[in-house]
Every structure is written in C-alpha cells, then in structure tokens.
Design a binder for this molecule. Structure first.
Ligand code: PAF
Length: 283
C-alpha cells in the first residue's frame, strides 16, 4: 500500500487505474479509525477495483471553540488497519496542499446544511462540502463511501454531487455500534467513565421511539418525546437537538408517512455526540 501526501502522485495513480479500466473507490476520513471507519473501507474494497483512503483533519469544518487541536490522530495505526483491509493508497495531504495560497472557493449547499448540526455548528457543512469537492477533484473516484451516523453530511454530499454533476456514486454505510449501542465515534475516547456509562442512553432512547412507532405511533412529537424521556435517566447527558426530518432533504416532518430520520445531538460533558435512527413504514 502506498502512503503519500502528494496531490500529483494520487492524481497520477488514479489516472493510471482509470486508463486500465479499473474502478476507483474513495473513503474520505479525518483518521483516528474505529470499526465504523473500517466498515466504510470494507464497503469500498468490496465495490471497487482500487481504494483510496484520505486522512485529513480539515480545519475548515471546525468552529473556533471546537476540538481541532485535540482531535485524535493515529496515522501509523490507521495506515496499518486499512492496508490489512485491502486499501491501495492512503492520501495524507498537508493543509497547504488542500488549501494552497490563494484558495478562494467555497461550496455551500443551501437549506439542508443550515438546520440540525448546521445550526449548532455554523459553517461546518461548508467546510465539509468544500474539502470533499477538493478531494473528489484530486481522486476523481467512481464511488465514495460515507457513514449514516453523519446522516446530514451524507444528504448534503449527495445534493452537492448531484447539483454539480460530479458523477460519483455516493454509498451509505450503516452505523456501527459499541456492545451497548453507542454509535462509534472518534470522539467517544474523550468521555469519562461515568459519561461513557450514560452515553448508551442515546441509542436506547432512539430505540424507544422506534418501538413506539412499531406499536402504531405516527406523531413525530410523541416519538421525539419518547427519546427525551429516556434521557432523563442519564443526568450527565444534555440534549442539543432532537429532530424528525426527511432523510433526503433534512426538512422537518411531523407525521410519519414513509420515512423519517430521528436525529439527535447530545452533550456528554464537553463531548458532543450525534446519532440517528431511520423510522420507516415497511412496504
Ligand atoms: O466525516 C468526516 O470524517 C469528515 O467530515 C469528512 C467527510 C472526511 C470531511 O472532512
């Protein structure tokens, strides 16, 4: 497996693969891999001939008071794990490679990047779409894999790729959970023992809402309240938002007709955790 920070090397390698008729899968990441990331790489390896994984902690998607400086980094271990899974190249660009002097372009997906995490983290999705547009331009993949835990990111990226006719197949990977249901996240390692114990109430609350839905409840306010009432059992958790939205548009939904995403953001101490569950009528 090749590990490189050179944009030109990556572009050349991918161009050679395309010339040989090989499909290129891409997994953009910020590193500090857990099983969730590795599942994205597994999906890319199973669906394409060659796989590029990028590791870049993107300053543009962090707010001034966020955890950019302490975001976990583990390059050597990360490279080893994706090599074992069959990735062909790891791209580790420096910030001045992604954003060279004079870089002046931003990609902004109106509407759907403004609610939920977009409201809580102003400018966050502009950073995500801009960096993904740059990385897509360098790698020019046939497909790219994104996790469903970041459901709003997935929807925003899909919209960008469709609006800008990027011709990339965006593949959604299911959420990978810890033994007690907590969604895997690089930020879980910030949790104290007590916070970690209570963090499982997030997925338990989401499951409670799903159970109510399966019993016939269709009113989204009742489903949101089911989640909130479960969190009362976890005093260290503070809800930032709990929303029911259409998973494609991220617009609010009040009655389940076909599909609704119940999406939440919760603080455990200073650590912000997100999770969601898709609630859908079986056809
Ligand atoms: O999901 C992430 O890790 C990041 O938002 C991404 C897609 C790699 C862009 O920096």
């Amino acid at each position: 497996m090749i590990v490189t920070d050179s944009e030109h090397r990556i572009s050349d390698i991918c161009a050679e693969w395309r010339a040989e008729g090989l499909s290129v899968g891409f997994v953009p990441t910020m590193g500090a891999f857990h099983r969730g990331h590795l599942s994205l790489v597994e999906i890319a390896v199973a669906s394409s001939d060659r796989v590029v994984v990028s590791i870049f902690v993107n300053p543009m998607q962090f707010g001034p008071d966020e955890d950019l400086d302490r975001y976990p980094r583990n390059l050597e271990k990360d490279c080893k794990s994706v090599e074992e899974l069959g990735a062909s190249v790891v791209f580790t660009p420096r910030t001045d490679v992604v954003y060279p002097d004079g870089f002046s372009t931003g990609v902004y997906v109106a509407g759907m990047s403004e609610g939920l995490c977009g409201a809580a983290r102003p400018g966050h999705f502009d950073g995500v779409t801009t960096v993904c547009a740059v990385l897509f331009g360098i790698v020019r993949p046939d497909l790219a894999v994104f996790g469903m835990k970041d459901a709003q990111q997935l929807a925003v990226i899909r919209r960008m790729v469709s609006d800008l006719r990027m011709g990339i197949d965006i593949v959604a990977a299911p959420i990978v959970r810890e033994f007690d249901g907590l969604a895997m996240s690089s930020r879980n390692q910030y949790l104290s023992v007590e916070e970690r114990e209570q963090a499982c109430f997030i997925s338990i609350g989401l499951e409670m809402a799903l159970v109510l839905f399966r019993m016939g409840e269709r009113n989204c306010e009742v489903l949101r309240n089911a989640f909130l009432s479960k969190l009362e059992d976890a005093p260290l958790l503070k809800v930032q938002y709990v929303e029911t939205v259409d998973p494609d548009t991220m617009l609010g939904v009040e009655q389940v007709e076909k599909q609704v995403l119940l999406a939440v953001a919760v603080f455990a101490g200073k650590t912000r955790l997100i999770d969601n569950i898709l609630i859908e009528l079986e056809v």
